[in-house]
Design a protein around this ligand. Sequence first.
Ligand SMILES: [Zn+2]
Length: 316
Amino acid sequence: MPEGPTVRRFCSLVSPFVGQGVVSVSGSTRQIALQDLKEQLFQDCQVHGKNLYLAFGCGIMEQVPSHELDDWESDGSHGEKSLKDWSLSEGTADVSDDQRNLGTGQGNLLRKWLRFHFGLYGSVRANELSRAKQGNKRGDWRDPKPRLRLNFDGERFLVFYNCRMTWCSSPFVEPTCDILSPEFDKEKALHALSHPRPVCFTLMDQRHFSGVGNIIKNEILFLAQTHPLSLGSLLPAETLVALIDHAIAFTADWLRNKMQRKGLRYHIYMKECCGKGHQVVKEAIGPPHGLKRLTWYCPTCQKHVNPGEAEQPIVQ
Ligand SMILES: [Zn+2]
């Protein structure tokens, strides 16, 4: 089984390809959509435990209005790190809209990580294919089939054998809290959301919803027709489940669009009116001693079920 050191060797094989664009993709895997990797820029590689993480993204920075930049910059050290990383790699200080708004998982939908686990026999090769070492029972000599092959310029390529792969938002995040991970634990998320705390605070809490940021927060609260300041403890379980389901679906859609370099259509974020024509409210909302984030909501579609409790904390 490839253990940490072997995986580090795999990392050293792939690292010379960092900074290059994927020209074409093939392989037998069904765990990811191969076309998602086509024409992506291979940005980084890291090893954590027995997992190899490769970062991909489009190399194009989107111009962004500066009015929310202060908001982003005070988002915490983790966020600043990814911001600097990105700025360095792109040679620009501009920040894209979604990177600015993705909480501690920020930038993660701009820079996606593909996590590889090599199971018992997995391996990576650079610019060479694995060859059959022995024949099968019928005496056929068949070369192993790559799960994934990434072709780069100059007929150079990387091949990955016998591995599992999944997209994730960050190598540093516990997969059960990672909104993009198939291991995301909905029960745990439901428990966190059901606390007597405004749901919009919990949704931005990266300990519970890593990868969720301000845009996702605004959009899923609208989709679940929930007021941002509703206390989780007073909302019906179906509403909390709907919020989680919307968070998963919306984030997955965004990733798919991002990988295909398509834009995202917002329902409420930065809108004047909701789809039904109601006037949208825009307010800076955040925990008492935490960061206030611009929040858009429709007071008609997103009824506040418990306004008293949320606005006037009980003082004992
Ligand atoms: Zn409305």
